[in-house]
Design a protein around this ligand. Structure first.
Ligand code: FAD
Length: 392
């Protein structure tokens, strides 16, 4: 057992840190200004320009297989990179990657969807949630009915990240009602790749945070048979795989943000003087700093363990739920304490703390709420799917 990054990992971490400090952090004031004016933090053109800069520096497709031009650095490295990039609220993501489930595409689909997505020529989104089915994904109502060589899709999806911009969606619909009912939703649903030109439309949903997901409306959208992703009736598994991947990544994102926020609080506490002393000398402030630091370290262990387990080709779902639950809540506690340490300034839009505060609230909701993660963790233990101490 070795509880330190390898030389190679440390090198990549340093290089990403440099990229974030040199290319992203200088844009923070502009992002804050845009946010205040209700505009997207970064324009699409600026994002592309930054992604190309990152590519020149060797950061492209961090976790994408080499055969698709990626660096294939694995999940631990992906977690480390995410933690570094999340130290800024500039909404940047590295180019050269695609949703994990798009790799189930057949050769034709790979040419048409996977490769253009990796190259940044097409944008995708994934749609499972519906107005009546969020946590309870088995309750989806969207249907796909076979008509000749096509499937006709009807229904509505909501809260779809990237749904306003996407060129195509990977959408889950019921393809066999009886099987769906008989298997309590586990079978009888299929994942379809559906181009926007096939007829679905999107409407933005404005939220309290920087993300603007979309509702997607399908009214008799005709999709050719060859656009089924993976197996017919096997879409539920794909949906769970997509959500499962996103889970521990939420924890990684929370760690990066929390670390930066805590540094801001430490710096501010040393400067801000009240009653003749810097507030850093007050125990009330010190305890908030100490608790935050401890929780960040604990979250790192959970996230890296989830990523490492996946790199070993093992089932990491239990650990992913733990990493998400603890990471998201840690992030919320830290941003709240950091705002408190900054007093009135923390509450203003002059500083990014309130922006992070609003964003952090989402971490406890999407990709499975706190309650759903607890339900999964408890169920695994009570049913004996996972044993205490199994991972270490
Ligand atoms: C900004 C944003 C982006 C999103 N992006 C996507 C996306 O790209 N694709 C996609 O498919 N979905 C996406 N989602 C949907 C997201 O995953 C769901 O919102 C989430 O799973 C919760 O579902 P819900 O909102 O329907 O809440 P509900 O399921 O209605 O839950 C309401 C409350 O009840 C609790 N609850 C539910 N069941 C139980 C239970 N059995 N025991 C105890 N408590 C329970 C929940 O924890 C929650 O507190 C996104 C959501 C948001 C807000």
């Amino acid at each position: 057992m070795h509880l330190r990054l390898s030389d190679e990992q440390r090198m990549v971490q340093k290089a990403i840190r440099k990229f974030v400090e040199k290319e992203l952090m200088p844009l923070e004031n502009e992002v804050l200004r845009n946010e205040r004016e209700g505009k997207p933090g970064l324009s699409e053109e600026k994002l592309k320009e930054l992604q190309l800069k990152a590519k020149e520096a060797g950061f492209w497709g961090i976790n994408t297989p080499e055969e698709y031009g990626g660096a294939n650095l694995g999940h631990v490295m992906q977690a480390i990179v995410t933690m570094e990039v999340s130290k800024t609220f500039v909404p940047f993501r590295f180019g050269g990657s695609a949703d994990n489930i798009l790799y189930y595409a057949n050769e034709e689909q790979k040419k048409k969807y996977l490769i253009p997505t990796i190259n940044g020529d097409k944008k995708s989104c994934f749609a499972m949630t519906e107005p009546g089915a969020g946590s309870d994904t088995r309750n989806i109502k969207m249907t796909a009915v076979k008509d000749g060589n096509e499937w006709v899709l009807n229904g509505e999806k909501i809260f779809i990240t990237g749904g306003n911009e996407a060129d195509f969606v990977m959408v889950i619909a019921i393809t066999d009602k009886e099987r769906h009912q008989a298997t309590n939703g586990r079978e009888g649903v299929t994942c379809f790749i559906v181009d926007r030109e096939m007829g679905w439309r999107s409407e933005p949903i404005h939220t309290m945070g920087p993300s603007t997901p979309a509702s997607l409306i399908f009214e008799n959208v005709r999709v050719p048979e060859e656009n089924i992703l993976g197996e017919l009736h096997g879409g539920y598994k794909l949906g769970l795989e997509w959500i499962g991947y996103a889970r521990w990544m939420v924890g990684a994102r929370a760690i990066g943000a929390a670390e930066r926020l805590l540094q801001m609080a430490i710096d501010y506490a040393k400067e801000r003087v009240t009653f003749g002393k810097p507030i850093a000398e007050r125990q009330a402030i010190q305890w908030m700093i100490a608790d935050s630091a401890v929780e960040i370290e604990a979250a790192k262990w959970l996230v890296l363990n989830a990523a490492f387990t996946l790199d070993q080709g093992e089932d990491n779902r239990h650990l992913a739920s733990m990493a998400k639950l603890f990471g998201a809540n840690m992030g919320n506690r830290v941003v709240d304490r950091v705002l408190q340490i900054h007093g009135g300034m923390g509450y203003t839009k002059e500083m990014p703390i309130e922006l992070w505060y609003r964003e952090a609230r989402l971490w406890r909701i999407y990709d499975g709420t706190d309650e759903i993660q607890r339900m999964i963790i408890a169920r695994n233990l009570l049913k004996g799917h996972v044993k205490l101490g199994q991972f270490l």
